[in-house]
Design a protein around this ligand. Structure first.
Ligand code: ADP
Length: 447
């Protein structure tokens, strides 16, 4: 059994992991940069170790410093949270070579899913529906041209090593392909040091729907339904909900079953998310995230489970605590990402939080690490809180979200809270009639 977990992260997710550990009687170790000495995750953890200066590359991403922190404190496991080192196969290998348990999947599975071409091919073989496209990397423009004619325009050129929406270019016709192909390659080379690209059919009005899966590493796996993350700005999720307004129980059981079956056959261990684009009743695999997601609380709300505790149990070699039959979704959950950003341009708004008041009441969860007087450092992600509401049905969840947003106070800095008030007033949001482009179009209309 795991006795002491080092949490290799900061902010709300570090608190989230700490809370899960405490309820299981597990000791926690926080790591922090010099910019985070007074942060709440440091105050709450049983022990803390400073791992370097403010830039993440020298602290939260410093593998030697993190391994040393484990050795100094005697931590026998590491939880990576999301972002930072959570999908770094090399890190996982080093952690395990030091006899420390990594709370997450194997290095091999992370590596396999981190390469988009390998991921797609693996999923295709396992029976997961994929976007039509090239079977692997596309080396020349001529090859891209022949393939695009066969698939039909529009097409999207994507970087094999891509992430965060970078290295993707759409070509609506043959005349746009050459530029799209060359730009995607050069952007990818600059951002990821690798210019390999592949080709996919470009879907015009899909929703982003992702399936939460969990494996025990021994061939058993379940799914925990879907999250609809179609509301995106610059490919970044803004609001997530479960269930999706577009999916019924039959579609959920079908795609969920395919995903659970695939990760079971892989021998996958722990939490994972299989992301799809969904259009005209069809699912198309785009990628798998081999970690806990920011938006995991909406799934926790509808399934009444603790996904972090489940991750820890699986990493300890215990069986899953639920079977597929135990997992019956109840009600509706919505999450808003509250970022320290100034509207309308979403420019970063770090600084001192004068007053913070978290909303509460029935069906309201606020995951945040800020407090009165906290100074948000300029070095990291702008996410300062996640507001999650749960209600018996979607109308109640929406009403509860409006009520909770109006209770939230974050004085001293700008946040994205006003955006959500505006969105909730939109008929399309009220009815759930939105695709992955809806928010960008709406923002453009606001001027
Ligand atoms: P990243 O790893 O950079 O996030 P993804 O492959 O997950 O890249 O794609 C990110 C987003 O780009 C998707 O959520 C979707 O909005 C858009 N996208 C990706 N592939 C396609 C496609 N074939 N058709 C339409 N949109 C796509």
């Amino acid at each position: 059994m795991i006795n002491k977990v080092l949490i290799a992260n900061r902010g709300e997710i570090a608190l989230r992991v700490h809370r899960a550990c405490k309820e299981m009687g597990i000791q926690t170790v926080a790591i922090h940069s010099t910019a985070d000495s007074n942060a709440m995750h440091v105050r709450m953890a049983d022990e803390s170790v400073c791992v370097g200066p403010p830039p993440a590359a020298q602290s939260y991403l410093s593998i030697p410093n993190i391994i040393s922190a484990c050795e100094i404190t005697g931590a026998d496991a590491i939880h990576p949270g999301y972002g930072f080192l959570s999908e770094n196969a090399n890190f996982v290998q080093i952690v395990e070579d030091h006899g420390i348990a990594f709370i997450g999947p194997s290095a091999e599975h992370i590596r396999q899913m981190g390469d988009k071409i390998t991921a797609k091919e693996t999923m295709r073989v396992l029976g997961v529906p994929c976007v039509p496209g090239s079977d692997g990397g596309v080396a020349t423009y001529e090859e891209a041209h022949t393939l695009s004619e066969a698939i039909g325009y529009p097409v999207i050129v994507k970087a094999t090593a891509g992430g965060g929406g970078r290295g993707m270019k759409v070509a609506r016709s043959a005349s746009e392909l050459e530029t799209a192909f060359r730009t995607a390659r050069s952007e990818s080379k600059a951002a990821f040091g690798n210019d390999e690209v592949y080709l996919e059919k470009y879907l015009d009005t899909p929703r982003h729907i992702e399936i939460q899966v969990f494996g025990d590493g021994k061939g058993n796996a379940v799914h925990l339904g879907e999250r609809d993350c179609s509301l995106q700005r610059r490919h970044q999720k803004v609001l997530e909900e479960s269930p999706s307004p577009a999916i019924d129980a039959a579609a959920r059981a079908r795609i969920g079953g395919i995903c659970a079956d695939a990760v079971g056959k892989m021998g996958y261990s722990g939490a994972g998310t299989i992301e799809f684009l969904y259009e005209n009743g069809e699912f198309f695999f785009i990628e798998m995230n081999t970690r806990l997601q920011v938006e995991h609380p909406v799934t926790e709300a509808v399934f009444s489970v603790d996904l972090v505790q489940e991750q820890i149990r699986v990493a300890s070699g215990l069986p899953l605590s639920f079977t597929q039959d135990d997992l019956v979704p109840k009600g509706h959950a919505i999450e808003c990402r509250i970022n320290a950003e100034k509207l309308p341009n979403f420019s970063p708004s770090p600084g001192k939080v004068k007053t913070y008041f978290a909303p509460g009441g029935l069906g309201v969860r606020m995951d945040s690490a800020i407090f009165d007087g906290y100074v948000i450092p300029p070095y990291y992600d702008s996410l300062v809180g996640k507001l999650i509401v749960h209600g018996a049905d979607r109308p109640l969840a929406l009403a509860r979200l409006e009520r909770a947003l109006s209770e939230l106070v974050v004085d001293g800095i700008d946040t994205t809270t006003p955006l959500f008030h505006q969105l909730l007033a939109e008929p399309d949001i009220q009815t759930g009639a939105y695709d992955i482009h809806w928010l960008e179009h709406w923002l453009a209309r606001q001027g």
